[in-house]
Structures are given as structure tokens and as C-alpha cells.
Design a protein. Structure first.
Lengths: 501, 143
């Protein structure tokens, strides 16, 4: 192109006093940013290719590199920001839909950051989790509605299948294909060691990972990739994906270039063919249709596996969740608008859906008002960033949470949000063999285990501070929360009081 | 005895091990200052071809051909670690030719150099292993 309208967002700042020309940065950058000039005996960088993934920064042994935000600026304009202008230029030059990855980065309110947690003083003393037992185990699944007895009056065990987790945290659905084999192995091994669950996503289950079945949720999405009876029976539970928080209302598209080898086999589609997940399930147009799929899956697995239904948090989420609870599903997953993705149209990611905090609070309230809260467990997803977010989510009514972005960060992701390019320098969102080998699962799984164990300790500390010794007692306990800087309507939806009240 | 083992499946060919090795051979405290403008001559080297790479350093063989071949006694085995006394080395390079792994090389002084597992440093593992970002070289006990 004769004229390039767009100046790079980031610049590679190299401290030449520290650079020893070891060329590690050059070898580690899949985007070809760094180059060694033999005649000048120096390293140079092409800022325009940099996606700010920090691979070179992290591996530079002399800390000679850092990435800085470009201070190149357009004339200041509160309406037309530089980002908006550049996006428009990009579309004007390509005619394409803007693509983005990971979660919504726009400055919408983060309600978790406007909610504070209670602690005990004097009365109802706090508990020291290092001295006294503290229960973080949670059990997901529908609870029996009635007590049934046989002819001789003995109680019939009518407990539907349940999922036991050592802590209220699971790894979100991320398909094999969207993330690498090594990333999947890290998640599966961590889930096994921690006694929690990971989720296959919609790409099927690689045959090597069937051995982690008791720690696996197998997903059935609109593309039905890799779904067969053995797959359904392989996991501890089945999840029907109706929607995804990052891109509510649309499906998915894994480009043919990523459908190689094992991925093609696992998804049961030809190599090189695009894996297109339709926006809707073509057989589901009502709660009754959903009920049919729920019962089809239950029948296929002899009623031994709980079935979960995942929806994106959208405007009418409470009514939809109520319908799901009545469809026979055992678990409903709410995915907030900040949830991550391997690729989504930017406008969908940044402008569609609602915050998980509000969705969760309204769903929990609706289900309780209708007297059906115990028919389903509620799982919150969509940017759970810390143990404090988890405590707040549980107090707002969640039984457990899913973490996706957080788990990937533990594996090395630096949120450069370029998953859709397929050139992840951290070996996570890529299928290029030279890149996937950068994520050694022996290291990756350990980092996930560390993260969740750390969060578990923190959850115990926060519960202890509130004088609570069990997750069950915290669940839906909104008196343990107070809002700061929220208006009356926001507090009403969240069902919490303002700080000071 | 603990040795350096190679997991070529995880080697990225980044050559960080070479630089950490070179730095370990200096007495400096700052990598940038020690290696700036220096053409490194590490005792561990990455072999690379057709997308496969791995780090090669002394295996510390139980029956070391290099020690057998050394004509001056410059190479010896101390607690399982094959060490070199550069003062005794007469640069005949018999050991370089004997070593089936190509793990012995020449140093700037002319005497041979080889991996001594960083035994002269206070670190609990060799610098190359400590610096490997992907566990492609490990320091462990194996039978």
C-alpha cells in the first residue's frame, strides 16, 4: 500500500547498553519483529509487527527490552479517539470485519471492583483457617425436589448425578484447536491434581485425554464437533453451549489452517476444512427443544451425568435461566460480557452482552423467587480475576465459577489479544509445532495448580474473616457484600446494600 | 549422581543456556556487563537441524574416554564429575577427538574446556539448567 495510515501502537524499546546481541528475541518472535544486522552488529526491531505479547521481554536475559505505548498522537479529540480512527482506517483499507481476541477490554464498569466484602468484629468472631477446619468443597447438580418412599416406607435415593469439586473453581471451555494440545494437557493434569474440572470446549476430546475423564466436562455446541457416544460418556458431565459471553448471538469459526492432524481427527472433520459453529443450534428454537437435547444427552449417558447449559449473559438472562432450570438441566452457566474468546468480531465482543455480576444476581434472585433455585446449580463465568471475585460471585449466588482467561494467564498468556492470528508466541492459542512446544505441560500444569491453591487459601482467609467456615454458608449470602459508588438501581439489581448502610 | 539430561522435545533452540553458561564462566555479577561485545564460547552448545534442537554438554560418562585419552592427567574424575585442570593441559586435543558427544572444546587460552556442572559455584544447579525456560535440560538423578 502506498500510504499506511496507521502508526504502530507499541514500540520496542531496546537498551543498547544492555543488549548483548544474543538474538533470543529474534528466535522467539513468531511475528518477525526483531532482526540482527550483521554489518552493524546490532539488533533492530520493526514496531509495526509487534503485538505486545512480551515473549521477548520475558526471555531477554539482560532485561534490555521493554514495550512502550507509542506517544504518536492524532489531534486530541474526546469523541474520535486514536483507537477509533485507526479501526476506521483499517476497515477502509481492508473492507473487512474487525477481529479481536480474549475479553472485552473497554472501560465499562467492573462491578466486582465496586463491591466490598464484610468481616467480623467482636461478635460472631472471625475464624483462623490455619487452626480450624474450613470447607471449600462444593457439589454441583440438581437437588431432589421431593422425598420418595418405597412401599415399605424406606426413602428412595432420588439424588440426581452430582459433581464434587474440592474448591468452587473450574477451567472454562476452551477447545482443542483454539488452544494447543499442551495447553489442554496442562489444564487436564491440573484439574486432576486439584480435584476440580476442566472443560473440553466444542472441539471434541483428544484420545490422549480420556484418562482425565473424571475431571472433564465434555461440551456439545452448535457445530457438534467430535461428539459421539464415547465422548459423551468420557466426561464427568456434559455441557450444552448455547452462547458465549465474548460473542453472544454468534457462532464460531476455526479457520481451516488450524484444522490439522489430530485436531481434524478429534473434531471429526476433514483436514483444512473450516470448523464453523452455527450461531444457533439448528434444532433448538425453544426451551422445549432445549429440553429434548438435555434428555437426549442424559439418555445417551444412562442418566449418570449431570447436564449443564451455558448461556451468554444477555438482557433477558433471568427468564432464560429460569427456562433452562425447567428444561431438566442440572447446571446453568452464565458467561458475562468480559469472557474471553479465541476470535470474535470486535464489535460483538465490545458491545454485546451484560456484566456477569448483574446477570448472576438477577438469575439467582429470579430462581429463588420462582422456588426453583435448588433445581440447578449456577456457575458464573466471564472474567473472574481473583479469589476476591470468586468470593463476591458466590455471595451473589453462584455455586462455583469458571476461569478461562485467568488460567491462560497462568500458562504465560500476556493478553496481547491476538489469538486469532494463530501465532501465539506463548504456545497457547496456536497449532504451529515450533510454537506449541514452548508450553511444556510439566511447567504449565504446576503453575495452574499453584494459582488455584493460592486462591483457595485466600478464599479460606476471606471466609474466615467473615466468620464463615463453609462455602455453602457463603452462597447467596448478600449481606456479606456492600456496594461503593453504585446507584440505587444497581444496588437493587445486585441485591446488596451500599457501604455504610 | 545428578547429571544434566536433555529433553529435546521441549528445546526451543533459544540458546539461553549457552549465554547462561558463558556468564557462569565469568566472575561478573551483571550479564550485560560481562557479555557485552563478547563472542561467547560456552561449554554447552545447541545442536540444531530440521526443526529439532537440543543442548549438548558433557555427559560425565562413567567410563570417560576423554580421561583415558588424556596424556597429561589434566582431565580427572572427582566425585563423578569430570573436571579439567587447565594448567596441566598441553592442548594436544586428544580428548576433543575421543569424546563421542563433541562436548569438549577449546578455550581462548588454548587449553580445553568442558562442562563441570557449575560445581565451583554456590548454585544448587548448573546455570544452563536454571536458565532454561522450558525444562528442556534438567539436572537430576537417573539410573
Amino acid at each position: 500500500m502506498a500510504v499506511n495510515y496507521i502508526y504502530p501502537d507499541y514500540e520496542v524499546a531496546r537498551n543498547y547498553d544492555k543488549c548483548i546481541n544474543c538474538r533470543v528475541c529474534e528466535k522467539q518472535c513468531a511475528n518477525g519483529v526483531h532482526e540482527y544486522l550483521a554489518d552493524a552488529d546490532k539488533m533492530v526491531a520493526d514496531d509495526a509487527k509487534c503485538v505486545n505479547c512480551h515473549r521477548c521481554v520475558a526471555l531477554c536475559l539482560t532485561r534490555a527490552l521493554k514495550i512502550i505505548k507509542s506517544d504518536n498522537t492524532y489531534r486530541e479529540n474526546a469523541n474520535w479517539s486514536g483507537k477509533t480512527i485507526n479501526e476506521l482506517y483499517r476497515q477502509a483499507s481492508t473492507g473487512g470485519v474487525l477481529l479481536s481476541s480474549m475479553g472485552n477490554p473497554e472501560p465499562y464498569p467492573v462491578y466486582f471492583d465496586k463491591i466490598l466484602i464484610n468481616a467480623s468484629q467482636v461478635t460472631n468472631p472471625s475464624i483462623d483457617p490455619l487452626r480450624e477446619p474450613m470447607e471449600t468443597r462444593v457439589i454441583l447438580g440438581a437437588k431432589p425436589q421431593v422425598i420418595e418412599r418405597d412401599k415399605s416406607g424406606h426413602i428412595i435415593n432420588n439424588l440426581p448425578p452430582q459433581l464434587k469439586l474440592s474448591m468452587p473453581i473450574m477451567f472454562s471451555a476452551m477447545s482443542y484447536g483454539s488452544i494447543s494440545y499442551n495447553a489442554h494437557e496442562s489444564l487436564a493434569r491440573a484439574a486432576e491434581e486439584l480435584d476440580v474440572l476442566y472443560n473440553t470446549g466444542e472441539g471434541g476430546l483428544h484420545e490422549d485425554f480420556y484418562r482425565y475423564g473424571k475431571n472433564t466436562i465434555v461440551q456439545v455446541a452448535s457445530g457438534r464437533f467430535g461428539v459421539h457416544p464415547g465422548y459423551l460418556k468420557a466426561g464427568a458431565a456434559i455441557e450444552i453451549k448455547m452462547g458465549q459471553g465474548a460473542k453472544p448471538g454468534i457462532g464460531g469459526h476455526l479457520p481451516g489452517s488450524k484444522i490439522v492432524g489430530d485436531i481434524s481427527r478429534t473434531r471429526m472433520i476433514p483436514e483444512g476444512s473450516d470448523a464453523i459453529s452455527p450461531a444457533p443450534h439448528h434444532d433448538i428454537y425453544s426451551i422445549e427443544d432445549l429440553r429434548q437435547l438435555v434428555y437426549s444427552l442424559k439418555t445417551a449417558t444412562d442418566f449418570k451425568k449431570p447436564v449443564s447449559v451455558k448461556i451468554a449473559a444477555v438482557h433477558n438472562v433471568a427468564a432464560i435461566a429460569s427456562g433452562i432450570a425447567r428444561s431438566g438441566a442440572d447446571i446453568v452457566v452464565l458467561d458475562g460480557f468480559r469472557g474471553g474468546t479465541g476470535a470474535a468480531p470486535t464489535r460483538m465482543r465490545d458491545h454485546v452482552g451484560i456484566p456477569i455480576e448483574l446477570a448472576l444476581a438477577s438469575v439467582d434472585k429470579r430462581l429463588r423467587d420462582e422456588g426453583i433455585r435448588d433445581r440447578v446449580s449456577v456457575v458464573a463465568a466471564g472474567s473472574i480475576r481473583s479469589s476476591a471475585d470468586i468470593v463476591k460471585a458466590i455471595a451473589l449466588g453462584a455455586d462455583a465459577v469458571y476461569i478461562g482467561t485467568g488460567a491462560l494467564l497462568a500458562l504465560g498468556c500476556h493478553l496481547c489479544r491476538n489469538c486469532h492470528t494463530g501465532k501465539c508466541n506463548w504456545g497457547i492459542a496456536t497449532q504451529v509445532p515450533e510454537l506449541t512446544k514452548r508450553l511444556n505441560p510439566d511447567i504449565g500444569y504446576k503453575r495452574l495448580v499453584n494459582l488455584l491453591n493460592a486462591w483457595k487459601h485466600e478464599i479460606k482467609e476471606m471466609m474466615g474473616g467473615m466468620g464463615i467456615n463453609s462455602i455453602e454458608t457463603l452462597k447467596g449470602n448478600r449481606l456479606m457484600l456492600r456496594g461503593v459508588g453504585l446507584n440505587a438501581k444497581e444496588l437493587e439489581v445486585l441485591g446488596i446494600k451500599h457501604a455504610g448502610e | 549422581m545428578k547429571r544434566v539430561y536433555v529433553n529435546e522435545k521441549w528445546c526451543l533452540g533459544c540458546r539461553l543456556c549457552e549465554y547462561y553458561c558463558a556468564f557462569a564462566g565469568t566472575s561478573g555479577k551483571d550479564i550485560a556487563r560481562s557479555l557485552k561485545g563478547v563472542k561467547i564460547n560456552p561449554r554447552i552448545k545447541i545442536e540444531e537441524k530440521d526443526g529439532i534442537s537440543f543442548a549438548v554438554s558433557c555427559r560425565h560418562c562413567k567410563e570417560p574416554l576423554c580421561v583415558k585419552g588424556c596424556i597429561t592427567g589434566a582431565l580427572s574424575v572427582a566425585d563423578g564429575v569430570i573436571v579439567v585442570n587447565q594448567d596441566k593441559c598441553v592442548s594436544c586435543y586428544t580428548c576433543v577427538l575421543c569424546c563421542p558427544f563433541g562436548a569438549i572444546s577449546t578455550s581462548e587460552s588454548g587449553a580445553v574446556q568442558k562442562c563441570e556442572l557449575c560445581i565451583k559455584s554456590a548454585a544448587d544447579k548448573p546455570a544452563c539448567v536454571a536458565g532454561c525456560p522450558n525444562n528442556a535440560i534438567v539436572f537430576e538423578e537417573r539410573r
